[in-house]
Design a protein. Structure first.
Ligand SMILES: Nc1nc2c(ncn2[C@@H]2O[C@H](COP(=O)(O)OP(=O)(O)OP(=O)(O)O)[C@@H](O)[C@H]2O)c(=O)[nH]1
Ligand SMILES: [Mg+2]
Length: 428
């Protein structure tokens, strides 16, 4: 597995673009009396609070007065009931309550934070543990992968990433793991290992379904990096100025390229400088490059691009760029092609270079195409199973190790752990 993923597995909790803690916390610890706000925080029209357990249900029963006059216990399961929520200070609020199953009840109230806080506080005072919505989803699920897909969907950034996650929510990944488990049971070990390897090859793609790919736009000062980020975004995000050393801070913007979420990162032009502020910018630029999924190395279009690219990549990025791991081989962009005359165009370099003009927009569609090709070299087919959480990644590694060590019972248990949700575990 690549070292970046390994680092993440050792304790980092994935954070979505919205800054929300998402899919890799261990949400499987069951709680008896608990409640959770299932709708996002904010001034939404309606909030949904789900609760389960004896303490929760008796707290709802004493605060909720149904318009049909029946107590909560007599309300029909699966049918919504209009009524009022009362608190100890005598406040009254219109709510809809639904017993969604024998054990769980949903309260739908006004979506403002005060209404939500009042109801959850009453539930907490009655002894209910208030848990995050991700934990609620996992606890209530019979299929752990479907719960993870639903959590990931809330953090999905584009229609394309959502479509892939919906596919996994619908059972594609679970069916594959179940099939692998049956192959292990039948002792078809090489087939099982091959299928696990196929899943593992799709991990880098899967983990980016909830986290944009990072693309750093790097190069010498004044080559048009900031102009390119603006051209790719379609609006003026970064300051452009005809003076080398304009960009100092790291400027980021999230967009979709061909429907895939990408964080574009514009940085200071790389050069040796004695000016402390610019040197700080160059240092930040190097740090961004080190964590990128792809680096665009921008040069000014001209007759001796090959020479300048080779020289620059050695001087400015050092051996890391000259012989990097695959994903950091930079994509060379020759910008300002509008300045080339007929002679220099005729001697365009042999290197695989994308020629652009940030000024006129020429070459930008090709650049987008090439970026996407580099980020997603093989696009999985619509119905392919794709692992998309660090928990799944870790368990797939564990599964391979168990099979290779001929510990087939442990391997079957790992398959079970991958797929079976908390609701089944706690009931069995
Ligand atoms: N003719 C032409 N000029 C361009 C093009 N792209 C950028 N420029 C000009 O080049 C100058 C520098 O552009 P920037 O985008 O600020 O360059 P940069 O690489 O971000 O520069 P630093 O932030 O200083 O590293 C500006 O005057 C731009 O208008 C282009 O494609 N064609
Ligand atoms: Mg700039």
């Amino acid at each position: 597995m690549d070292s970046k993923l390994q680092g993440k597995l050792q304790g980092e909790i994935l954070v979505s673009a919205a800054g929300d803690t998402v899919i890799d916390a261990d949400n499987s610890i069951p709680c008896e009396d608990c409640a959770s706000v299932l709708t996002p925080a904010g001034r939404a029209a309606v909030a949904v609070i789900a609760a389960k357990g004896k303490a929760a249900l008796s707290a709802i029963d004493s605060a909720f007065v149904a318009a049909n006059g029946h107590p909560l216990g007599d309300q029909v399961t699966g049918r919504i009931t209009f009524g009022h929520w009362h608190d100890e200070q005598g406040h009254r609020e219109e709510v809809i309550v639904c017993r969604t199953s024998g054990a769980t009840t949903e309260v739908q109230c006004h979506g403002g934070p005060t209404a939500v806080a009042r109801i959850t506080q009453q539930l907490a005072d009655a002894g209910c543990q208030i848990i995050p919505w991700q934990q609620w989803l996992e606890q209530e699920s019979a299929d752990r992968i479907a719960a993870e897909a639903q959590i990931a969907l809330a953090n999905s950034l584009t229609l394309k990433t959502s479509a892939v996650l919906l596919q996994q929510d619908g059972g594609t990944l679970k069916s594959e793991i179940d099939f692998i488990a049956s192959e292990i049971a039948a002792k078809n070990i090489s087939e099982a290992l091959q299928r696990i390897a196929n899943l593992q090859a799709r991990i880098p793609f899967g983990l980016h379904l909830t986290k944009p790919w990072k693309v750093v736009i790097a190069g010498r000062p004044n080559v048009g990096k900031s102009s390119l980020i603006n051209a790719l975004l379609g609006y003026q995000r970064a300051i452009v100025f005809d003076q080398p050393g304009t960009t100092r801070d790291v400027v980021t913007a999230t967009t979709a390229l061909d429907g895939w979420p990408v964080e574009l990162i514009d940085v200071a032009g790389l050069r040796t400088t004695q000016e402390p502020l610019e040197a700080a910018g160059v240092e930040l630029a190097r740090k961004s490059i080190a964590t990128a999924d792809l680096v665009l190395w921008v040069v000014e279009a001209g007759s001796d691009i090959e020479k300048s690219v080779a020289k620059e990549s050695q001087e400015l990025l050092g051996p890391a760029l000259a012989s990097p791991p695959n994903n950091l081989v930079p994509l060379i962009v020759a910008n300002k092609i509008d300045q080339l005359d007929g002679t220099t165009q005729a001697t365009k370099p042999e290197l695989p270079i994308v020629a652009t003009s940030a000024l006129t927009g020429e070459g930008i569609p090709v650049l987008i195409e090439q970026i996407v090709k580099r980020l997603i070299p093989t696009l999985p087919k619509a119905d392919e199973p794709i692992p998309f959480t660090l928990r799944q990644v870790g368990l797939l590694d564990q599964l391979t190790e168990a099979i290779q060590a001929d510990k087939l019972e442990a391997a079957k248990e790992t398959c079970n752990e991958l797929t079976v949700g908390c609701a089944v575990r706690t009931s069995s």
